[in-house]
Ligand binder design. Structure first.
Ligand code: ADP
Ligand code: MG
Length: 333
């Protein structure tokens, strides 16, 4: 009787809704790790320790020395849309933190085993809590789900085990742990504020060959309220695929439009099919940036994007031209 008429419309079970949402926010282990690092940075951490097993599928653990979480907030920590960073919609115009939608920990708790150990400066002891499906759960069956007192230093340790254990289709999609590990190395190596220069970090995560071919890049413009700096490969570097590391207001984001424009700029300098390595950090007046286009903030919109991208590409073109001549000069002398 499937043909008899339309099927009835029903509300999805909350658990299904949460699992679907979680799968959109955490597509791969690197996304979970990136969210956790950003939370640690938002919490004012100056040092992070990261442990990764099986490309993050078995274990992701990050320990920070940030402000910690109040014990009284632990029961709602992993509920969807609970955050300490945003109160009113208008706050979005001036938001300076990486997170604000309160979805990361909730998402992780729906698709992994999550444990949180935390201590604030005011608290005399630390607290440890386990989560599943957005709420506190007992560490072992039969025990109480309440957070347990423990020893510890100020800061937070988040442990994520068996990511996607209850999403078999997603788990199967990961071909190899080493591939996921490589993506993680990118995020950790470049996104974490550290004392090493960006060039040194590129040397560590990518290769010296690339790091040595990078040209310093810098540009500022008052009319469009932005400044940018970065490292772009010279015409001597030509890869099969573009590496494009884009940060807008210190947040790692993606932009197909900017990537295309830059590839276009390089096409006249590189052999056919050759692609560049580009690291760009763009600082734009927060009032001109809309960070709310995507739940993960992986993409952002900003005013005068076309004009700004054109200025950047013009500048890269000039620099590539200059390096070319100096190379020729050097080989002649
Ligand atoms: P969001 O970052 O968007 O607020 P999350 O789900 O990532 O949402 O985190 C929820 C809340 O948990 C944060 O607003 C913050 O108050 C707290 N939190 C998460 N991680 C940490 C951490 N490492 N240190 C201190 N507080 C944290
Ligand atoms: Mg967050």
């Amino acid at each position: 009787d499937e043909m008899a008429g339309p099927r009835r419309i029903r509300a999805l079970h909350q658990d299904v809704v949460n699992k679907i949402a979680a799968g959109e926010i955490i597509v791969a282990p690197m996304h979970a790790l990136k969210e956790l690092i950003e939370n640690a940075v938002d919490a004012g951490s100056t040092s992070l320790e990261i442990l990764v097993k099986d490309g993050g599928l078995k274990l992701l653990q990050i320990t920070d020395n940030g402000c910690g979480i109040n014990k009284d907030d632990l029961p709602i920590l992993c509920e969807r849309f609970t955050t300490s960073k945003l109160k009113a919609f208008e706050d979005l115009t001036s938001i300076g933190t990486y997170g604000f939608r309160g979805e990361a920990l909730a998402s992780i708790s729906h698709i992994a085993h999550l444990a949180v150990t935390t201590k604030t400066a005011e608290s005399s002891c630390g607290w440890k809590a386990h989560y599943a499906g957005g709420i506190l759960r007992p560490a072992k069956p039969g025990q109480s789900a309440d957070p347990k007192a423990c020893a510890g230093r100020q800061g937070t340790q988040i442990t994520v085990e068996d990511l996607f254990y209850n999403v078999p289709t997603r788990r199967r999609a990961f071909r190899s742990a080493s591939e996921e590990y490589a993506k993680i190395a990118d995020v950790v190596g470049i996104a974490v504020p550290a004392t090493a220069t960006v060039r040194d970090r590129i040397r560590m995560v990518h290769s010296s060959a690339i790091a040595n071919e990078l040209i310093d890049f810098e540009l500022a413009n008052e009319q469009y309220g932005f400044k940018t700096d970065g490292l772009v490969s010279s015409a001597n570097h030509s890869a099969k695929k573009t590496t494009f590391l884009l940060f807008i207001n210190h947040r790692a984001v993606e932009s197909t439009a900017i990537k295309k424009a830059i590839e276009q700029t390089y096409s006249t300098f590189l052999p056919k099919g050759g692609k560049p390595f580009v690291y760009l950090s763009l600082e734009i007046d927060p009032a001109r940036v809309d960070v709310n286009v995507h739940p993960t903030k992986r993409e952002v919109n900003f005013l005068n994007e076309e004009e700004i991208v054109e200025l950047i590409c013009d500048d890269i073109r000039t620099r590539l031209g200059k390096v070319d001549t100096s190379r020729t000069f050097m080989t002649q002398s």
